[in-house]
Design a protein. Sequence first.
Length: 143
Amino acid sequence: MRPDILLLDEPFSALDWQTCIQLREYVKNIIKQFNVTTMYVTHDVSEVYKLANNVIAMESGKEVKRGTPEEVFLGKRLSTRVQVTGKVVGIEQDSVMASVTILHADQFFKTLIDTEELKSLNLRIGDDVVVGVKSSDVILFKI
């Protein structure tokens, strides 16, 4: 069948990382192969970067920004975003996950991304990067 539109509501939210990565690539290929308009609802910004050409960001049920993933999530208009710029100083990876260490103002930050995302970014030690974080996803602990 060739639908006019494909509707996906958090299709990968209950999957383990490896299954999620495989299924996401499968869905990405289907969208590309059949050139089907897709409405994709997610709270995972990394999925948006991997699958979307155009994004509508919503807060409290209202549209707050529209554009490419970069325009929406790297801009400064979303109140729920925290951004840190820095230089990549370390990369560790296995077949599923990668850990990237970033130096910002004499402070080190470590973030996890899937290995496929690391490959698509072509990230190297010494690269300048922007790390975007939803304020609701920040984990704070006392040391």
